[in-house]
Design a protein around this ligand. Structure first.
Ligand code: ARG
Length: 272
């Protein structure tokens, strides 16, 4: 089962490189109207989810059968919640760094992108409860001799623009001498830069890194030990009434065992 998503994700990642918009996305138009963002009139409304589909197994573009579709753990959760609340779901694929601005501009009703609810982000958007936890790793070319963050001294480190990994790297720069950062828009760009030797290392979360490692035996990873876990939550425009409704369905998914099933489906043997 695991192998299957790795294969799918290889194709997905290749396609995401050319900046595809989604097959099922609504081209980014707002779903804030139609009472969608109001959330109290179930049925008939459309909810627009924005994501950055470069993040297998959370979200990636699958090309099986010639059509492109955004699939993944987050997408399964979003589909279930939308269905429970009586909405149609549209998905739009944009760079991670543009997700919060899209919410603020009313171009999406919610964001699911393995996004961590940081204090800084909470100033601009509201978050659901956390639905999954992850840790941070340093990825590098095999034989790169990196065992801890201190070994990044003198190295160029890739991170996704606007991510908590970029924040973490900015902190590293303060303590580890001579670290150069290379912020990039898409995770697959980071992996390409790493493979071609244009950057020496990258900070990527564990479950996502594991997928890329499985496809790229020339890469290896080491966990950043003192980093706490960095959970994922759903983001909404400030004061969205959808937050409590989504939290209610998330809680139901936890208690019914459905969340666990999805974790096993997408994370395989990494499921707790
Ligand atoms: N969890 C990290 C953050 O919130 C990274 C998420 C990146 N997600 C993505 N779809 N590329 O910053």
């Amino acid at each position: 089962m695991k192998r299957r998503w790795f294969l799918a994700s290889t194709a997905a990642v290749a396609l995401a490189t050319v900046g595809l918009t989604t097959a099922c996305g609504g081209g980014g138009q707002s779903a804030g109207g139609d009472g969608a963002a109001g959330g109290d009139q179930a049925g008939g409304g459309v909810l627009t989810m924005a994501t950055s589909a470069d993040y297998p197994p959370y979200e990636f573009v699958e090309t099986a059968g010639g059509a492109e579709e955004i699939v993944g753990f987050d997408v399964d959760i979003a589909r279930h919640i939308a269905e429970e609340l009586g909405y149609e779901l549209e998905i739009t694929n944009i760079d991670f760094n543009g997700l919060i601005p899209a919410l603020q501009a009313g171009r999406a009703d919610f964001v699911m992108a393995g996004m961590t609810p940081t204090e800084e982000r909470k100033q601009n958007v509201d978050f659901s409860e956390i639905y999954y936890d992850a840790k941070q790793t340093i990825v590098f070319q095999s034989g790169g001799g990196i065992a801890s963050p201190e070994d990044l001294s003198g190295k160029t480190v890739g991170v996704q623009l606007g991510s908590i990994q970029e924040e973490l790297a900015n902190e590293l720069v303060e303590t580890v001498p001579n670290v150069k950062l290379s912020p990039l828009n898409r995770i697959n760009e980071i992996v390409q830069e790493l493979k071609s030797g244009r950057i020496d290392a990258a900070i990527i979360e564990d479950t996502v890194a594991e997928g890329f490692l499985a496809n790229n035996p020339d890469l290896e990873a080491v966990e950043i030990p003192e980093e706490g876990s960095a959970g994922s939550a759903i983001a909404f425009p400030k004061d969205s009434e959808l937050v409590s409704e989504f939290d209610r369905v998330l809680a139901e998914m936890e208690s019914s065992g459905m969340m666990e099933e999805l974790i096993v489906k997408w994370f395989g043997d990494r499921a707790e």
